[in-house]
Every structure is written in structure tokens, then in C-alpha cells.
Write a protein that binds this ligand. Structure first.
Ligand code: AMP
Length: 403
């Protein structure tokens, strides 16, 4: 199905701004682009329109607002035929705390709530707000919708979202596990039900979103009942530059015995750990796979830690789900790395998983389908599409049908 309508989707990361104009029914993208490395000395801008790629360098320090100004000028001056088809703007917002369990039309109160959650996602919510403010100014006639990463996980039961800390920290400060990547987990779990040919309400999925950031979700009948990220995106799996689960006592040791400041610990946990920290080479899975094949010990170790933690989480999520319809791999690594998928399934051999090596090797660059043998529990590769989720939610809200 396709329509003439388009939704402009804005996804502001800590140092990037992605945009896309897409048909909410078919997911077809008319325009897409990214402003990248916006906090560095060489910010860049790339966009694609009608199959043609364009690129330009931006001034150092250009920031998110330069990308947004470019986008507004592009739409208003060069592509009015696209601008005329816009029915809404959809914003990805990382943290919505306990305020939002679904996507919402943006108004003053919503903006205040997003501001309130900024301390929980200091790298992500402020640029998201900047995008919202700039879009409200440039396109005052268009409805604007916020789609939260955390919203999908608001169905977690108390025993999954509470930390075993004094309850007053939750009661008074809302300190709990929230989870992220909600749009991605939601998209692939719905798609998995379609591929399996089972109603969503009867489908139980373990979804592994493996990109530079990585998280897992246990999804029962379409609702998230556990997830690996916590109060912030630091908990859980091994990621590109984040190490995931660590003993909190280690952080006190770093401070008290090694003299690390809080700022230094923050830098260490967010930017220097994970695949990069262990390999001492790179956070890029492709580079690590190449180096590991050539015998680089750090790269081998980093990939092994990544797969081991992942397999442990898959096994753990069989507890709340009881019956698992499929494990789904998605995100840049999940969609492309047959090596990682095969290794994880090997580690899950105790649960009966067996990879189909040929199918698994073929599942790359947007391919979708099963990667396990007929007598194995099912594992699927499904390319994620967070932009489409955002566009669909925005269109539903504009049409008066809340998602
Ligand atoms: P994302 O954040 O979803 O864009 O994913 C980024 C991660 O995907 C990086 O670690 C990349 O190295 C990894 N990735 C992308 N393409 C491939 C590939 N062909 N093989 C292995 N890893 C890949």
C-alpha cells in the first residue's frame, strides 16, 4: 500500500541528525540524509534524493542547527513538491521516562516532560528538543509527533524494571530500568509475527538490536516484558564503546583507589569500553572481524565477549517467555555479521539452536529470513526500520487514530 502523504522524520543523536521523508503506508523514502560528526572538526552532510547521492562538508562547530537549516531550505526552495506532501513531522526522542507509554502529539506539556527527562539521557534528549523547537518554528502549520525509545518498554512488570535498591529511590526519583531502542524492537517483533505467520498476540520474540548501541528485549504477544538497557543506555550487552553490565563496586574502586573523577568514569563507560576497550583497536565490528581473522588477539577477545554476553541474555529471556517463537537479529551487526550470529547460535547449542551456515551467510545487506536448520528453534534476521515506525505513528496520530 502507498499513499501520496509523506512524514518528515527527524532523529537527533548526540553528534548526528538523521532525516527522512517517507510514505507512512509503504515505508518508501523519497528523501533521506544525515549530518554526522557534528561535534567534531569535520562535520559532514550527506543526502539522497531520487536515487542520487549528494555530499558536502560543513563548517567546524556547525552543529544540529546547520543541518536543520539546510533541510528546511532544501524542502522549501528546491523540493516544494515534497514539502507540499508533508502531513506531519515525527521526532525520535530517546527518553520519555514514565510519562509516555506511546507516541504523542507535541505540545507545551510534552516539551516540558521531555526536558524533565533530559538528565536521564543527557547526550540525546537535548539535541532532540533542539530539533523539535527548530521544526515548530520552520513548519508551524504541521503537526509534530514525539516517538519515544522508552515507550515500548513501559509494559515491563515491576519485578523486571525495579533495581533492588531502596524503594524510595524509585518512589521519589523514578530511578528504575527504562530500556531503549523501543521502535526497533517493536518493528522487528511485529515483522517476525508476519514472517512466522502467527498472530502477534501469540508470538514470543527475543529481539537483539545490535548496532553501535545494542540492547535486547523479551517480547510476549507484542509487549516488552524485559529489556537489557536500564535507567540509561549503559546497562546490558557489550556495545561499540560501552561495556554493558559491570559490578557497581568497580566504579567506587575506580574513584576511591585509582582517583578517577566522575567525569572520567563517565567517559570511560560511554566512550572507551566495549568492543573498542577490549580490542584496543576499534569499535567497528567489520574491522574487528578482519583483524580477528588475521590473528589479532584483542579483536578475537572483544568479539568473543560480545557473543558470550549476548547468548547469556538470550538464554535468560527464555525464563520470562517460557515458549520462544524466534530469536531476531537486527541493527548493523545483527543484520550483517554472519560470523557473530553463527557464534551466538553455537553458544546457544544447549538450547537446541543450530545455524544453517549457508542461509546465515546469505543474510546480509537488507536480506530477511530464517538462519536456522529445520530441526532447530528459529532464529531470524530482520532489517530494522525505526524511521518507518515513527512515520506510521505520526500518520496514525494525525488521522486521529492513536497508535
Ligand atoms: P548501526 O549502529 O546499527 O548502524 O550499526 C553499526 C555497527 O554495524 C558497526 O559496528 C558496524 O561495524 C556494524 N556493521 C555494519 N555492516 C557490517 C557488516 N557487513 N559486517 C559486520 N558488521 C557490520
Amino acid at each position: 500500500m502507498s499513499s501520496d502523504n509523506l512524514v518528515l522524520v527527524l532523529n537527533s543523536g548526540s553528534s548526528s541528525l538523521k532525516f527522512a521523508a517517507l510514505d507512512p503506508e509503504s515505508g518508501h523514502e523519497s528523501l533521506s540524509g544525515i549530518g554526522d560528526a557534528l561535534d567534531g572538526p569535520k562535520p559532514s552532510l550527506e543526502w539522497k534524493y531520487r536515487g542520487r547521492r549528494h555530499a558536502r562538508q560543513l563548517e567546524p562547530g556547525a552543529g544540529h542547527s546547520a543541518v536543520f537549516s539546510f533541510l528546511v531550505a532544501l524542502l522549501q526552495e528546491e523540493l516544494p513538491e515534497l514539502e507540499n506532501r508533508l502531513i506531519a513531522i515525527g521526532h525520535r526522542v530517546v527518553h520519555g521516562g514514565e510519562h509516555f507509554s506511546h507516541s504523542v502529539l507535541i505540545d507545551r506539556k510534552v516539551i516540558d516532560a521531555i526536558k524533565e527527562c533530559a538528565s536521564l539521557a543527557p547526550l540525546h534528549n537535548p539535541p532532540g528538543l533542539l530539533g523539535i523547537r527548530a521544526a515548530l518554528e520552520a513548519f508551524p502549520q504541521l503537526p509534530q509527533v514525539a516517538v519515544f525509545d522508552t515507550a515500548f518498554h513501559q509494559t515491563l512488570p515491576e519485578h523486571a524494571y525495579l533495581y533492588a535498591l531502596p524503594y524510595s529511590l524509585y518512589r521519589e526519583h523514578r530511578l528504575r530500568r527504562y530500556g531503549m531502542h523501543g521502535s526497533s524492537h517493536r518493528f522487528v517483533s511485529e515483522r517476525a509475527a508476519e514472517l512466522l505467520g502467527t498472530p502477534l498476540e501469540e508470538t514470543n520474540i527475543i529481539s537483539a538490536h545490535l548496532g553501535n548501541g545494542a540492547s535486547m528485549s523479551a517480547i510476549k504477544g507484542g509487549a516488552s516484558i524485559d529489556t537489557s538497557m536500564g535507567l540509561t543506555p549503559l546497562e546490558g550487552l557489550v556495545m561499540g564503546t560501552r561495556g554493558g553490565d559491570v559490578d557497581p563496586g568497580l566504579l567506587m574502586h575506580l574513584g576511591e583507589s585509582l582517583g578517577y573523577s566522575l567525569e572520567r568514569i563517565n567517559q570511560l563507560l560511554n566512550r572507551e569500553s566495549g568492543l573498542l576497550g577490549i580490542s584496543e583497536l576499534s569499535n567497528d565490528c567489520r574491522e574487528l572481524e578482519r583483524a580477528a581473522a588475521e590473528g589479532h588477539r584483542g579483536a578475537q577477545l572483544a568479539l568473543e565477549l560480545f557473543c558470550y554476553r549476548l547468548a547469556k541474555y538470550v538464554a535468560a529471556y527464555t525464563v520470562p517467555l517460557r515458549r520462544v517463537s524466534a530469536v531476531v537479529f537486527t541493527g548493523g551487526i545483527g543484520e550483517n555479521s554472519s560470523w557473530i550470529r553463527e557464534r551466538v547460535l553455537q553458544r546457544l547449542g544447549a538450547l537446541g539452536y543450530r545455524a544453517d551456515t549457508e542461509l546465515n551467510a546469505r543474510m546480509r545487506f537488507g536480506a530477511e529470513g530464517a538462519i536456522t536448520l529445520a530441526d532447530s528453534p528459529i532464529a531470524l534476521v530482520i532489517p530494522t526500520n525505526e524511521e518507518w515506525v515513527i512515520a506510521r505513528d505520526a500518520a496514525e496520530i494525525v488521522a486521529g487514530r492513536a497508535p
